[in-house]
Design a protein around this ligand. Structure first.
Ligand code: EPZ
Length: 418
């Protein structure tokens, strides 16, 4: 895999255009299965994860036409209903295709996505919701076979507000007979974007973005075009890059409401932030103040911002505390930060970050998407040269990352794996 070579110490200043949201594009791409026709999507990020979804859809029989951030997906000729095992493991979020395939064709075969570097990633809540909807599930050596005569509307209460389980339940219920109500539903903005997309196709979904969602089944869905919402995690990442370097950045094509908890924490750390309709300007102080963070389901502080904040706070004045309440193994990046001179100790779900004067360049290794982004932030902050290896993890979720960073003054280049 390739690496980033970063010469740190630059203050980041200038303007960044934020891309479409990875975590909205993936379920929306899966949802195109439901109308068995053509769908045109705009503002789709050109990243490894969307590329992977196109590969899987093509294996199932769909046609994909892509030009930059516009993609036309034709699902009218889908004739296979099995998600390839190796692709399931490469991208766990492909389990979202199951809900759409069962919703449309009443059948789907897939395997357990398996654990990854941030946790075990179970899908028990997805399967429990499918069974409640009348879907018959049999398992054989890790293969999961889902079939049903029809899908009957039900009341589904999620043990945990799982984003994926909420999305899969919606996708399986859109064409059902009757009405499904999901309580303790995830409230993330990406759920709202998925519901807006489906309702534009002709679905009848109410309450997306709250903890109670009602899906009234419909018979048919139209061919439409749709614009994917801005990526709130990329937005937060670039806000932290300003925070981490005493920088001054303007972010365009954003939705400030989606990053309310992130902005609140950056202001608490001493940043000055101005919000306009689809712009955010951030001016960071030379030295941040230490802060405490607890990750929670939306509208709480997002777990996907935990590692980037962890990197940014390594040189803050004082000691910061982070509690990671969502995933059980999301602190791997801190070992690499300590190699760069940070002083982070992990006690269970809590990371204690004692502010140090400076980080120093080192060779570090990305092991997951957001942990990798944290190492890039640290490399840009550090004195000297940092090599971030295994950047394919980062390319899964950040479009044109190196180009955007260089345009605001980062000294970064990619070295191809030999
Ligand atoms: C989505 O993952 C996002 N991915 C993740 O972003 C994000 O971190 C996560 O939601 C939380 O916000 C996509 O949208 C593609 P969950 P998902 O189901 O759906 C447990 C990134 O970096 N759980 O809300 O997998 C699970 O183990 C990625 O962009 C069960 O126990 O998240 C975890 O502890 C990383 N059983 C917690 O719930 C289940 O059946 C949250 O998982 C499902 C989940």
């Amino acid at each position: 895999m390739s690496s980033y070579i970063i010469k740190g110490g630059n203050k980041l200043e200038g303007t960044v255009k934020i891309s479409g949201a990875k975590n909205s594009a993936l379920p929306v791409i899966a949802a195109t299965i439901l109308n068995a026709g053509k769908t045109t999507l705009y503002n789709v990020p050109n990243i490894k994860d969307t590329q992977m979804m196109y590969e899987i859809l093509k294996i199932l029989g769909a046609k994909i036409e892509k030009k930059n951030n516009k993609v036309i997906i034709d699902t009218s000729k889908i004739d296979r209903f099995e998600i390839p095992d190796e692709l399931m493991h490469k991208m766990r979020s492909s389990v979202i295709l199951a809900g759409a395939m069962i919703g449309k064709y009443h059948k789907a075969t897939f395997t357990y996505p398996g654990g990854c570097d941030i946790g075990s990633r179970p899908i028990d809540l997805h399967l429990k919701a499918f069974e409640k909807l009348g879907i018959k599930i049999t398992q054989n050596y890790g293969e999961i076979y889902c079939t049903c005569e029809k899908i009957i509307g039900e009341k589904i209460d999620l043990d945990f507000p799982s984003v994926g389980a909420t999305e899969n339940t919606i996708l399986a219920s859109v064409l059902q007979e009757g009405t499904t109500t999901i309580t303790n539903a995830a409230q993330e903005p990406e759920i709202e974007d998925l519901a807006n997309f489906l309702n534009k196709m002709g679905a009848k979904i109410k309450g997306a973005g709250t903890n109670k969602i009602e899906i009234e089944g419909v018979k048919k869905l139209k061919e439409i075009s749709y614009n994917i919402m801005p990526d709130r995690i990329e937005t937060g990442t670039f806000l932290c890059l300003a925070g981490a370097t005493g920088g001054n950045i303007e972010l365009q094509n954003v939705n400030p409401i989606h990053v309310t908890p992130v902005i609140a924490k950056l202001e608490e750390a001493g940043c000055y932030i101005e919000k306009e309709k689809n712009k955010i300007k951030i001016q960071a102080p030379k030295k941040l103040k230490a802060i405490d963070i607890k990750t929670m389901p939306y509208p709480g502080f997002p777990t996907d911002m935990q590692s980037v904040f962890g990197a940014m706070l390594t040189t803050a004045k004082g000691t910061s505390m982070i509690v990671e309440n969502i995933f059980e193994n999301r602190y791997k990046y801190t070992q690499d930060l300590n190699k760069m001179g940070a002083k982070i100790t992990i006690e269970g779900k809590t990371a204690v970050i004692r502010g140090v004067r400076k980080l120093y360049g080192a060779t570090v290794k990305a092991s997951d998407l957001r942990g990798g982004a944290a190492l890039v932030v640290a490399g840009i902050m550090a004195k000297g040269i940092t090599v971030v290896e295994n950047i394919d993890y980062i390319l899964r979720g950040y479009e044109n990352f190196e180009k955007k960073l260089r345009e605001i003054g980062a000294n970064i280049e990619t070295s191809k794996a030999l």
